[in-house]
Ligand binder design. Structure first.
Ligand SMILES: Cc1cc2nc3c(=O)[nH]c(=O)nc-3n(C[C@H](O)[C@H](O)[C@H](O)COP(=O)(O)O)c2cc1C
Length: 162
């Protein structure tokens, strides 16, 4: 299966570290969104979209790119790193990808470190920032490996049942 990962990781390369774990396991191509404005996805049947979370949202650049793509019947998954490390930030992009005809096969999130005072005076953010130090760590990388193994297994099972 030919696969591709497109990611945005503009702050501390946290998301890029996770993207690299995935691409190694998937043997996929890796594209940093800062290097492209468009991409030809015709030959790929599995595409991962990843981003850091910036002010409650994945990168607008990823949404702009997704809007342009013909994703009919493409298998996709979404991943993010953020201060709190929750998958709910992925939902909006998943919704868009599915509206464009993609088949969603997974959602992954883990913490990515940030320094709150670099962009906010909010005390809660400062606390979350302190909890995020050291992430993504070895445990996050293992969790990422297990996630992508499950994704690949499920695709293989599906293709055998066809
Ligand atoms: C400007 C800015 C806004 C952020 N907003 C959020 C946020 O709303 N929620 C959150 O959990 N983390 C937030 N973070 C933390 C980042 O999501 C986290 O550091 C992430 O791992 C960055 O990914 P990257 O290094 O791949 O760019 C923010 C970080 C920055 C720099």
């Amino acid at each position: 299966m030919k696969s591709l990962i497109i990611y945005c990781s503009s702050y501390k390369n946290n998301t890029e570290k996770i993207a690299r774990v995935f691409s190694e396991k998937m043997d996929s191509e890796l594209i940093n969104i800062k290097d492209i404005t468009d991409v030809n996805i015709i030959s790929y049947n599995l595409i991962g979209f990843g981003s850091g979370v910036y002010k409650e949202s994945l990168s607008p650049k990823l949404f702009e790119l997704a809007e342009k793509l013909d994703l009919k019947n493409k298998n996709v998954f979404v991943f993010s790193t953020s201060g709190i490390g929750m998958t709910f930030y992925n939902k909006k992009l998943i919704k868009l990808l599915m509206a464009k005809g993609a088949v969603n096969i997974g959602s992954f999130a883990c913490k990515g470190n940030f320094i709150a005072r670099e962009f906010s005076n909010n005390k809660l953010f400062d606390y979350i920032g302190r909890l995020s130090q050291g992430h993504p760590n070895d445990r996050d990388f293992k969790y990422a490996e297990r996630f992508i193994e499950r994704v690949l297994d499920s695709l293989e099972k599906n293709s055998k049942n066809k």
